[in-house]
Write a protein that binds this ligand. Structure first.
Ligand code: GLN
Length: 451
């Protein structure tokens, strides 16, 4: 399947067929032999998985879709990859993304865009467009993504796949190339809610290698995903994210049909007000670049990957670093490094970064108040269906506006899931459920009711 569709889709940056087949054969052998070994196999053993190329893997290249990491091989596995190998899921390869996960369309990859399998003239969302397209196109039944501002959920909405952003700290970030460390989370990309729960349970849980990892064990998510029952549950429609400018009618229609379905299933739909969400996008696009500008300082032409020497003049460290970063980073990455460096600079810090952090607190308080009125919250995952390739590449603001519904969850550290909710003009629409921190089971419970 990968061979057949990759020339069109470009969902993978690296395919590890041999490794996948070896693991699959190993699982087969254990199953055929039967006995205690076979009994012990994880329920996902033998089920192939694709991994977003922002997550490091031993023995396979990791590029973050950036020229600056071209040819770099990680000397170690991310914790989630270690768990996947231990459970014997064959690893199919590494999937495409916007460079360093900065983008909403996968058009900012240094290795060419990924196309949406539903309409190859359209983008698959981003930054995790490769993982979402691979799952949607039946190249892989499971994939891993990372979600800093929606990069699992928005591609899920645009490709009709399920994707979860776990509670911050619920899944180890050890080995996820840092974009914005206070927002980043690894999560599952799948075709069904139950598959997402199975994968989430496998990769979740405490990890001493990640200082922000929660001490609790991963909650019982698979059980929640199997309970197709929302009778008596209160579901809060976030007023600020369910109407207004930029929302396509087709998206709102699908959203309203989902509300009807939930009502029919016995849920009570209430409206919740989160007034500070109007500032969420502005706060995110200061905090994210600020953290990224600091995290990306490590690409100095010395420690990792590419090194570019200046064409003339003395070979000082600063000039080598400058030439490497000028050639190695793409335009969007440079834009954010400059924005973040500016926002963090003396004299501007309080005005920009400081204000953004205050907004972040207000958003958390809005969520706290909303969860006093509802068990889970709901909104469309994105204001539109998948847009045409090239439509927003020249207008960063238009691209950023697309993230309006997904970023509040990252700013608050709470879990969210995207679940397909029908079609608009033949293109998938996604609905997201949000729950309080550590209550990831609630989003699976609610999402399963819509399947
Ligand atoms: N689209 C968002 C951004 O560009 C989200 C990125 C992400 O979640 N990695 O920042």
């Amino acid at each position: 399947r990968i061979e057949a569709v990759e020339p069109t889709l470009n969902a993978f940056l690296h395919v590890s067929a041999e490794e996948a087949l070896t693991t699959a054969a190993e699982v087969d052998k254990i199953r055929v032999a039967g006995g205690a070994e076979a009994e012990k196999l994880h329920p996902l053993a033998g089920v192939p998985i694709a991994i977003k190329d922002l997550i490091v893997t031993k023995g396979q290249p990791t590029t973050a879709a950036s020229k600056i990491l071209e040819g770099w091989m990680s000397p170690y596995d991310a914790t989630v990859v270690e768990k996947i190998r231990e459970a014997k899921l064959p690893i199919l390869g590494k999937t495409n993304l916007d460079e360093f996960a900065m983008g909403s369309s996968t058009e900012h990859s240094a290795f060419g865009p990924t196309r949406n399998p539903w309409d190859i003239e359209r983008i698959p969302g981003g930054s995790g467009g490769g993982s979402a397209a691979a799952v949607a196109a039946f190249e892989a039944p499971l994939a891993l993504g990372t979600d800093t501002g929606g990069s699992i959920r928005e591609p899920g909405a645009f490709t009709g796949t399920v994707g979860t952003k776990p509670t911050y700290g619920g899944v180890s970030r050890y080995g996820a190339i840092a974009m914005a460390s206070s927002l980043d989370q690894i999560g599952p990309v799948t075709r069904t809610v139950e598959d997402a729960a199975l994968l989430h349970e496998l990769i979740g849980g405490h990890d001493p290698k990640d200082s922000t990892s929660l001490p609790e064990p991963v909650p019982a998510l698979v059980d929640a995903a199997r309970t197709h029952d929302v009778a008596g549950k209160k579901i809060g429609v976030i007023k600020q994210l369910a109407t207004g400018e930029g929302y396509q009618q087709g998206v709102l229609d699908a959203f309203n049909s989902s509300l009807d379905a939930l009502r029919e299933a016995g849920a009570e739909i209430v409206e919740v007000d989160c007034p500070s969400f109007d500032y969420a996008l502005g706060a995110y696009y200061l905090i994210m670049p600020s953290e990224a500008s600091s995290n990306l300082a490590r690409y100095d032409g010395v420690r990792y990957g590419t090194r570019v020497l200046p064409e003339e003049g003395p070979l000082t460290i600063e000039r080598v670093m400058g030439a490497t970063r000028a050639a190695g980073f793409g335009e969007e990455v440079k834009r954010r490094i400059i924005l973040g460096t500016y926002a963090l600079s003396a004299g501007y810090y309080d005005a920009y970064y400081g204000s953004a952090q205050k907004i972040r607190t207000l958003i958390q308080r809005d969520f706290d108040a909303a969860f006093e009125q509802a068990d889970v919250l709901i909104s469309p995952t994105a204001p539109t269906v998948a847009f045409k390739m090239g439509e927003k590449t020249d207008d960063p603001m238009a691209m950023y506006l697309n993230d309006i519904a997904t970023i509040p969850a990252n700013l608050a550290g709470i879990p969210g899931i995207n679940v397909p909710a029908g079609l608009s003009d033949g293109l998938p629409v996604g609905i997201q459920f949000l729950a309080p921190a550590k209550e990831d089971a609630r989003v699976y419970h609610a999402a399963a009711a819509l399947e």
